[in-house]
Design a protein around this ligand. Structure first.
Ligand code: PXL
Length: 277
């Protein structure tokens, strides 16, 4: 069985990070080992959340695994709780990656043109170092702008997004990806530099005009799972985009609780079929 190590927080409520990666990877037939970066009462969109930073645990966990010769097919990182933690995660990558370990980095730190509440404006500079180690880097548009020191824009001009994608590639990942790209007013999708073909891969699905929390975490878990299950980058991105849309489509939103994430549990049964396409 393939094994992925997922480095991100446990938000105890709110369907994101590890509480999403664990079930998604399990249903894809992939073992998900975890390195929790922090324990939060909820994700940071809720007011007054609690947060216990686990930076000091990261390297001891990795060193122990190393001493046990643990083999990892991929390592995925997501939300990191502090600048110091980005340094620790770089060291974890360096310690645990073998030649054939795929590193998937989701610089989960911003959306809709703004950094998440807990982060100071210099946080993207720290996150850049994590991103440089990625094989597959999956920022959304806001994160891509922050990582490349590009002023954020909302535009449907695809040539502008292709230029941004190339700048994300200049950070050093083998496969730079942009998520949440608007392809016209009613479609949303991904754009990636495909190292196999040397070209730009684009894929889009109908856009649901609403904001959903935690969908980036679903996307990156599904993408990592698909790649360790042998899919090419374009196939993995297509699967991840289709699955994320399916999760949004099955969600009945409670208007009093818009932050509980998408009801991905109702769409998990689709994953085996998506893997067999
Ligand atoms: O979904 C990204 C994410 C993960 N973890 C925490 C978050 C967020 C986004 O806000 O707050 C704690």
């Amino acid at each position: 069985m393939k094994r992925v190590a997922s480095i991100q927080d446990i938000s105890c409520l709110g369907r994101c990070s590890l509480t999403v990666a664990l079930p998604v990877l399990a249903v894809m037939g992939v073992e998900c080992a975890v390195i929790p970066t922090a324990v939060l009462s909820t994700h940071t969109i809720f007011p007054d959340f609690t947060c216990r930073d686990l930076t000091d645990e990261l390297l001891p966990i990795a060193r122990h695994w190393k001493s046990q010769q643990v083999k990892l097919d991929a390592i995925g990182s997501g939300y990191l709780a502090s600048p110091r933690q980005t340094e620790a995660v770089c060291q974890v990558f360096d310690l645990l990656r073998a030649e054939d370990t795929l590193i998937v980095v989701d610089p989960a730190m911003a959306d809709h043109g703004r950094l998440y509440k807990p982060f100071a404006p210099d946080f993207p500079q720290y996150m850049k170092k994590v991103c440089r180690r990625a094989d597959v880097l999956v920022p959304n548009l806001t994160e891509a702008c922050l990582l490349t020191d590009t002023p954020y824009r909302e535009t449907e001009d695809l040539s502008w997004w292709r230029d941004l994608l190339r700048r994300v590639g200049d950070l050093g990942p083998r496969c730079p990806v942009l998520t949440g790209v608007p392809f016209g007013p009613d479609r949303l999708g991904v754009m990636a530099l495909d190292p196999e073909s040397g070209g730009i891969f684009q894929y889009h699905t109908p856009r649901v005009h609403d904001h959903f929390h935690g969908t980036g975490d679903i996307f990156s878990a599904a993408c990592a799972g698909a790649m360790v299950r042998g899919k090419s980058l374009p196939e993995a991105l297509r699967l991840a985009a289709d699955f994320t849309l399916a999760c949004i489509q099955v969600t009945c939103r409670d208007p009093n609780a818009p932050w509980y994430g998408v009801e991905f549990e109702k769409a998990l049964h689709l994953l085996p079929g998506l893997l067999e396409r």
